[in-house]
Design a protein around this ligand. Structure first.
Ligand SMILES: [Zn+2]
Length: 117
């Protein structure tokens, strides 16, 4: 395995952990908050030390979370070596994993549950 693959694999595993936390936040906001007010989610970037928060509405979160290979990061926290930028806003950037990281992200998608065709 080359260095880039190692980097992608490690990055994907870090990011899936952050995603798990954000799924909990989303589940809570589903129950207690109103749809339009933004919630604070954890930045899902490659750095295991990053504890930055980003704001997005429940609807925005749901819209991108459907795709197992997509993650939310703060602007500037994306890494073109391991991910493609899907959408950029002032609050957050949506990235899509590429290569081996994409497969890891998909296979660990908490929403998979056999619902994918
Ligand atoms: Zn970050």
């Amino acid at each position: 395995m080359d260095d880039l693959d190692t980097r992608r694999r490690r990055a994907a595993l870090n990011q899936t952990l952050f995603r798990e936390v954000n799924e909990r936040i989303a589940a809570l906001s589903d129950r207690y908050a109103d749809e339009l007010r933004p919630n604070s989610y954890i930045c899902e970037c490659l750095s295991p030390d990053c504890a930055a928060m980003l704001e997005l509405s429940h609807d925005e979160y749901e819209r991108f979370r459907e795709q197992g290979a997509r993650f939310f990061v703060l602007p500037g926290h994306e890494d073109p070596a391991v991910e493609d930028v899907v959408e950029t806003t002032e609050q957050y950037v949506v990235v899509e994993k590429i290569g081996v990281a994409s497969a890891i992200a998909e296979s660990t998608n908490p929403r998979r549950n056999g619902s994918t065709p």
